[in-house]
Design a protein around this ligand. Structure first.
Ligand SMILES: [Zn+2]
Length: 143
């Protein structure tokens, strides 16, 4: 059985090495589906949606209306720091693929107890930057 919860936020980013428009600072209305897979309990519930919300909403709130900056993008990082503009730093480039990894790892690493208590064995995170494309990563709790 799988259940999923959707999260949305507005954010800016850039990919300094990109040959097209993604090189420059720009924004997306990010949409994220967090899907968990496992066996429902005797009452027929896999996980209470509010527990998924509690696990991820604080992080989504930090990211909302912020610029997500790759740790090695010192040019952008310096601008953000000097200006005092709202930003979050991640240890890799800010592709949709890597943002999937960030949220999947956060859920598995910081909320493993919740997932294990609900007998969830797999987590998938899908990130859409636009209406027509998405990236998705799966994490097994047994890894
Ligand atoms: Zn983009």
């Amino acid at each position: 059985m799988k259940v999923a919860k959707r999260f949305r936020w507005e954010g800016a980013h850039r990919l300094p090495w990109h040959e097209g428009r993604c090189r420059d600072l720009h924004g997306h209305s990010y949409e994220m589906f967090v899907e968990v897979e496992g066996e429902p309990d005797a009452q027929g519930m896999l996980i209470d949606f509010k527990h998924l919300k509690r696990a991820l909403a604080p992080v989504v709130d930090e990211w909302d209306h912020a610029t997500v900056v790759a740790e090695n993008d010192t040019k952008l990082l310096n601008i953000m720091k000097e200006s005092g503009w709202r930003h979050v730093v991640i240890p890799y480039d800010t592709t949709a693929e890597n943002i999937c990894v960030f949220f999947a790892d956060h859920l598995v690493n910081e909320h493993r107890d919740l997932l294990e208590a609900r007998k969830i064995h797999t987590v998938r995170v899908r990130i859409a930057e636009t209406e027509t494309c998405y990236a998705e990563v799966a994490r097994s709790l047994s890894d």
